[in-house]
Design a protein around this ligand. Sequence first.
Ligand code: F0G
Length: 458
Amino acid sequence: MQTIIEPFRIKSVEPIHFNTPEQRDQILKKADYNPFLIKAKDVIIDLLTDSGTSAMSSNQWAAMMQGDESYAGSESFFRFESTIQKITGLPIVIPTHQGRAAEKILFSILGGKGKYFISNTLFDTTRANIEFSGAEGIDLICDEGKHPSIPAPFKGNMNLVSMEQCILDKGPKQIPLCILTITNNSGGGQPVSMENIRGVKQICRKYGIPLFIDACRFAENAYFIKLREQGYQQRSIPNIVHEIFGYADGCTMSAKKDAFANIGGFLAMHDESLAQQCRNLLIMTEGFPTYGGLAGRDLEAIATGLEEVMEEHYLQYRIRSTEYLTNKLIDAGVPVMQPAGGHAVYLDAKAFLPQIPINQYPGQALVGALYLHGGIRSVEIGSLMFGKYDHDHQLIPAALELVRLAIPRRVYTQSHIDYVAEVIIEVFQHRDKIKGLKIVEEAPTLRHFTAKLKPVSL
Ligand code: F0G
């Protein structure tokens, strides 16, 4: 097979600043072993997130010049609205400044004490917004999704048996919404099959529970369906996407992912009375409903990006580049989540660093080691991000201890990725030297963003 090439040429470039391991040692200490506290200029390859970090296309930049910055009724809003309506079939579109703003609005209205939100896996901001409302979030991932090293085509699927059981246990009236995260970010960027989406919808319909899709990476998920699910090989991506959203009562979306935008998001739905409540909150917190916290030019960039992301050459290159890095690591014996996810490679930190106990955060220790060795910034998705404490202040660990290397869209070339693989493999060869960490300061919610840590030996 011929090499799958980047389906774009580069028109504008940004310099990378290089530093030495000795300098990085100081930087890491100063950042209290938290990658969120490292300055971007001190990072060589930034794989902290694929969110808001995409390279925009010349067409997106051109569209931004068309931005209509009118406060109310701007042309850019109508273009944004009609693009989303066409892609999703959802009639009501409400812009927000990013995904979590959409979540905040939705869960402020539907949440509250005694309520439960069920999901394959809630992303951290989604869970935080649910819990902040007083409600509880319940993850019901399929069994394959719990095991990083077992390959399966759709490890993001909901466990339908547990889902129905959970609805019966809690009572359908206590469950205002079911949320399917596609692809499943916290579970390894793994896709959800169309069959599973259909199954979730059937159960939702049976118990009168609306289904919302957390649609950040909808096009990547659709491409996996095309590749892996019987009956979809001949279908176009827009057609598959339309079917996915056809099962949904609504969605939240961070346009910072599959819309290639540096900022933005939206809510879309069928229910006019829910939409009216959302708009009322939107006006208080985000802005008037035809801009919702965004500039007209952002609405244009998103509308153009949403069309571009469904191009098959792009998706083939995108999914292949993640798989390319994953396969290089597998060949070298590095424990990674298998098969490759859509937007990121996930290292299995528990298997990578078996000498570090979970309460010394092996994922965060590995994040530090990758930065020290090669200036690569990654993020822990494990017990620092999702861990809780019991009554005796003992850590209740997360289900998995992962390190995510998220690949920004259209930003890095194959040689950047080769370098990343080399660094990880070298760190793996010296893994026995890596030490655990302890927390010295933390916030009550979303602690991973600001927590301060230090090596246990200090
Ligand atoms: N849902 C999912 C599945 C996400 O991955 C994110 C963000 C959000 C919601 C929230 O969107 O950032 O626009 O407010 N994920 C980023 C990440 C931050 O790095 O995975 P947002």
